[in-house]
Design a binder for this molecule. Structure first.
Ligand code: AMP
Length: 471
């Protein structure tokens, strides 16, 4: 008996609204693109790919600005049984070269509307190419801050299981309208947000990027917003972001970087709602989430999704988080040794994030293992120090890093966005924390360097201040 196909495209399309004239994309210029048009576009894309000889498992790369047509390319690639490789639109040609050489895509699309227009010359593919749950659906290069960027291989089953779990955990229905202002070259915008909307057959307020005015206008129509923490900090600086504005929104979700407790609190005070924070990564999509109904706590990323096994390695209360479950990837593209290193013998993926778990299962993250500082032989968890500094007057946000120090191996440095007095900050940190955790130096900056997902790039800060203790 042939197995029913587990092609992710078929799962998503099975949830499109029966009335295909209903909108999928609500555009800023007032235009709309229907589910029917999305479906036809995907079939057109798949038709051209198959006609041009793309076979199941072949990679198709996309580097383009965000557009509905880019999503047609994504879905058409799935439908054709090929593997979707999204590339950050900010990558330079020499950066792109690396990915093209590593992934060896058969097709590289850079102008989705033009590519789809040319696809009209081919017969659309009506029936998806059958795929098994374990077959590759997407190759996502992780933003890896050191060494070669690694391609996480995600299967149709990985993505389907996660999408279904999130759709149910966050209570999506066809009455929702999702505000989508995230980039689509990253799991957050491409899988987490998009799949929740497609599985609900609901429309998305489709914004090319985050811009305050457009987001504020979009909130009038939206019921759910997904964002990175910087979206929320930026909204909070805008006086137009009010309780009335957010009236129709039932859920604000944050992830991809830690949400500061101060942002959570300020948001609740202003809007009267608690942001729901969740935790994920390219290698597993979403791992934990705060509850839809139940307590959302500042600084905690909530509970593992159903089916996800999570444990803390190392035998201490705080250690590196390990996970196993249906959405966890099977390894890094063409890197068997690296893959073997990052899984335990019993099949848990070693995430590289340090955290702890309460007896009831709630998870707290204290940072990346590689950001751990060892100063004078003592472990300093940056998050613990950042939480103290972030409460001090004048400090908007702090980033704690370790840089080479002759006596201590690494010296703790606070890079502070904001203003203040170095000696006063150090004194206050020493009052609240063991002395070895307190920064030895504080430097003030106007802005912390962040990547496209709002993550503070501590590797850049470490480079910038690497000679701070040299004289
Ligand atoms: P990426 O693979 O680019 O999505 O990055 C994944 C990493 O982002 C994780 O391993 C975490 O270090 C970080 N991350 C994602 N969500 C959160 C969160 N809610 N709190 C803290 N860190 C997070």
């Amino acid at each position: 008996m042939p197995q029913a196909s587990a092609n992710l495209y078929d799962l998503l399309a099975s949830r499109f609204p029966a009335d295909r004239s209903r909108p999928c994309f609500l555009l800023s210029d007032g235009g709309e693109i229907s589910y029917g048009a999305l479906e036809a576009g995907a079939a057109q894309v798949a038709g051209r790919l198959v006609a041009e000889g793309v076979q199941a498992g072949d990679r198709v790369a996309l580097q383009a600005d965000k557009s509905a047509e880019a999503i047609m390319i994504y879905l058409g690639v799935l439908k054709a049984g090929a593997v979707f490789l999204p590339l950050n639109s900010a990558y330079t040609p020499s950066e792109v070269d690396y990915f093209l050489q590593d992934a060896e895509p058969k097709v590289f699309v850079t102008d989705p509307p033009a590519w789809i227009a040319e696809a009209a010359a081919f017969a659309p593919l009506e029936t998806s190419v059958p795929r098994a749950g374990g077959d590759l659906a997407s190759l996502i290069y992780t933003s890896g801050t050191t060494g070669r960027s690694k391609g996480a291989i995600l299967s149709h089953g990985n993505l389907a299981e996660n999408a279904l779990a999130l759709h149910s955990a966050w209570g999506f229905t066809s009455d929702d309208v999702l505000l989508h202002a995230l980039p689509i070259f990253h799991v957050h915008g491409l899988f987490v947000a998009l799949h929740c909307a497609l599985l609900s057959g609901c429309p998305m307020v489709w914004l090319p990027k985050f811009a305050d005015a457009e987001v504020l206008a979009g909130l009038d129509r939206a019921t759910v917003m997904m964002g990175v923490p910087t979206f929320y900090t930026r909204l909070l600086t805008n006086p137009g972001f009010t309780r009335e504005k957010a009236d129709g929104v039932r859920l604000f979700i944050s992830g991809s970087a830690p949400l500061l407790p101060s942002t959570f609190a300020e948001f609740e005070a202003r809007i009267g709602q608690r942001i729901l924070e969740r935790y994920g990564m390219s290698e597993a999509v979403i791992i934990t989430t705060n509850p839809l109904r139940g307590e959302r706590i500042a600084g905690s990323v909530g509970y593992p999704l159903p089916g996800v096994e999570l444990r803390i390695g190392g035998g201490e209360e705080t250690g590196v988080i390990q996970i196993r479950g249906p959405s966890v990837f099977s390894g890094y593209w063409r890197m068997p040794e690296k893959t073997a290193e990052e899984f335990t013998a019993d099949g848990f993926f070693i995430t590289g994030d340090v955290g702890r778990q309460d007896p009831d299962g709630r998870v707290w993250i204290s940072g990346r293992a590689k950001d751990l500082i060892i100063s004078g032989g003592y472990n300093v968890y940056p998050k613990e120090v950042e939480l103290v500094l972030d409460e001090l007057p004048g400090v908007v946000e702090s980033a704690i890093i370790g840089v080479p120090h002759r006596d201590f191996g690494e010296g703790v440095v606070a890079v502070v966005m904001g203003q203040g007095d170095e000696a006063a900050i150090i004194a206050e940190a020493r009052r609240q924390l063991a002395a070895y955790k307190a920064p030895k130096r504080v430097v003030f900056v106007d802005d912390l360097p962040r990547n496209a997902m709002g993550k503070v790039q501590k590797n850049l800060l470490r480079e910038r201040y690497e000679r701070l203790f040299e004289d």
